[in-house]
Design a protein around this ligand. Structure first.
Ligand code: AMP
Ligand code: ZN
Length: 303
């Protein structure tokens, strides 16, 4: 862990912006932190407003069966979180409590439930859209926001285990979705420009697991399927991805059998805003006290 990470995280905790829980990457947020998140959310809404996206809010858990079908465990088993619960009898309950009292692992006495933690805000959406049947002629556009879970404990405050992702998701023809992604690349530069933080855009890849994952990652890069907007938070050499622009081609359309009005397999793309990361970038560059942030930044957020 770098010294800078320690310093920024400690600063955030000392100022009460983040509240420790004893687990790396799991924090409470103060009122001041949440105020920035809320107004950032509203700023994003203003940028997307004219598109009239359909707003859907899912809870931070999704149907395990649909999660399995989504293929997440093929690509990112190391990040997934599943919800387990005790489903035993009195004898097993006693056993569980004894193990707990002895400080032993008691979790094997639990069983998987039908719910897993949402890994990315758009994952629960595709099966819902598929269930509606053929897309309307202009395809679909959705506005999502969800707490997401990823098992990547870290002392870097920008790498949380539970964080919020605001997303716009476009589903339609290849032309529809590539135009959507180009539009959001342009809008994002303006939006983050208003926040007065340094940034740049770059081609990126997802952290696919294992040896075969390396091949997937380099093909994703070669095809420029993922872009990220990066802002230095912990270090200037390794800036943090704060927004992602993903073109899934026909991956989810094929998987979930989503068809365009012309009967073709739908293409999908999403833009994801890391709400905590952008908020942390603001605190990093403008200081811990929002009342003294530059007036242009304050008026972008608070009007
Ligand atoms: P991804 O699906 O990996 O492209 O993630 C979408 C956005 O979520 C990223 O651009 C980040 O801003 C944010 N994000 C991803 N992982 C984390 C994390 N561990 N902690 C906080 N934000 C994250
Ligand atoms: Zn997405």
């Amino acid at each position: 862990m770098c010294i800078a990470c320690q310093t920024f995280l400690h600063g955030l905790i000392a100022k009460g912006l983040l509240i420790e829980t004893g687990v790396n990457g799991l924090y409470g947020r103060s009122g001041a932190f949440e105020d920035v998140v809320t107004h950032l959310d509203q700023l994003i809404t203003r940028y997307g407003e004219s598109d009239h996206a359909e707003v859907i809010r899912f809870p931070p858990g999704m149907n395990r069966e649909l999660f399995e079908k989504s293929g997440y465990m093929k690509g990112f088993p190391q990040l997934a979180g599943t919800i387990h619960s005790f489903q035993g009898n009195d004898r097993e309950h006693g056993e569980l409590l004894e193990k707990q009292a002895r400080g032993e692992d008691w979790t094997a006495l639990q069983k998987a439930t039908d719910v897993v933690l949402t890994p990315a805000a758009c994952y629960p959406l595709y099966p819902v859209v598929a269930r509606r049947g053929m897309l309307p002629p202009n395809g679909g556009l959705f506005d999502l926001n969800s707490y997401c879970f990823r098992h990547e404990p870290s002392q870097d405050p920008a790498r949380m285990q539970m964080f919020r992702m605001r997303e716009y998701v476009r589903i339609g023809t290849p032309d529809d979705v590539t135009a959507f992604r180009a539009l959001w690349l342009e809008r994002a530069e303006k939006l983050v420009g208003e926040l007065g933080v340094p940034f740049h855009l770059d081609v990126a890849n997802d952290p696919f697991f294992g040896r075969s994952g390396k091949i997937l990652a380099s093909s994703q890069r070669d095809q420029k399927l993922k872009f990220e907007l990066l802002i230095p938070i912990e270090s200037t050499e390794a800036p943090t991805a704060c927004l992602s622009f993903n073109y899934h081609q026909d991956h989810f359309g094929g998987l979930w059998d989503i068809k365009t009005a012309a009967g073709e397999v739908a293409h999908t793309a999403c833009v994801g805003f890391g709400m905590e990361r952008i908020t942390l970038a603001l605190f990093k560059h403008h200081g811990f006290d929002t009342t003294v942030w530059p007036s242009a930044v304050r008026s972008a957020l608070w009007g």
